[in-house]
Design a protein around this ligand. Structure first.
Ligand SMILES: Nc1ncnc2c1ncn2[C@@H]1O[C@H](COP(=O)(O)OP(=O)(O)OP(=O)(O)O)[C@@H](O)[C@H]1O
Ligand SMILES: [Mg+2]
Length: 206
């Protein structure tokens, strides 16, 4: 199937700014998104940390760029990863997105955060974040949205996470999320949790 999110005969995402080259779009995206992320860090978005809240947050962050901001993707996503020898993480089937988010966030909200020490809390945070990221609900912007959402949740429950560490190490974080989620429906499992757990532990104040 042709990707309906792209301009005809192009790999560039259709966008509100009518930008047709990837370099220009990357630049514009970085500017708008950084502004929205800063705003969110100072003014948390109210909500119940449910599916609706996550979709709203994506909409807020990407509203300047994409018509479909805040809407789950309607196509499958496959991204070749060097660290997986060219394979892709098995992202959620597009028909399962809202169901999967609902399940993962219900589980996250029910965890006994208050009873956990820093190590346990960082492991549980990683598990919720990584599972949410593995859904990849949106055509673009999943890493920034899921991290921002989970960090805001962490603030809300008193975990105090240093978000800047994720921004400054965004490459590392993305690779760590891939490594965490390197398990597949055929039963093969190359999952490595330690990379993500290390940076989350470091980002968490005692
Ligand atoms: N937590 C973050 N805060 C600020 N910028 C980030 C963060 N994570 C990634 N970025 C930046 O956003 C850009 C796009 O990153 P990337 O494509 O990995 O994530 P995404 O677009 O949010 O998610 P995906 O492509 O997986 O849907 C990169 O330039 C990266 O440096
Ligand atoms: Mg991206």
């Amino acid at each position: 199937m042709r990707d309906p999110y792209l301009y005809e005969k192009s790999q560039v995402l259709k966008n509100k700014l009518n930008i047709r080259t990837q370099e220009e779009l990357d630049e514009a995206e970085a500017d708008y998104v950084v502004y929205r992320l800063k705003d969110l860090a100072m003014n948390p978005m109210p909500g119940e940390y449910n599916t609706e809240h996550l979709l709203k947050m994506h909409h807020y962050i990407f509203q300047d760029l994409y018509e479909w901001a805040g809407e789950p993707r309607i196509i499958a996503i496959y991204k070749e990863e060097d660290v997986l020898g060219g394979m892709s993480v098995e992202y959620s089937d597009s028909f399962d997105i809202t169901k999967d988010i609902h399940f993962i966030l219900s589980d996250m909200r029910q965890k006994p955060w208050k009873d956990m020490d820093r190590k346990r809390a960082s492991e549980e945070f990683c598990s919720s974040l990584a599972r949410l990221w593995k859904v990849h609900p949106f055509r673009e912007g999943n890493t920034r949205t899921t991290i921002t959402f989970c960090c805001q949740y962490a603030d809300e429950i008193g975990l105090r996470i240093n978000r800047e560490l994720f921004e400054k190490n965004s490459r590392y974080v993305r690779t760590a999320l891939v490594a965490y989620n390197a398990y597949f429906t055929d039963g093969s499992d190359f999952s490595k949790k330690e990379y993500l757990e290390r940076i989350v532990y470091d980002a968490m104040a005692d």
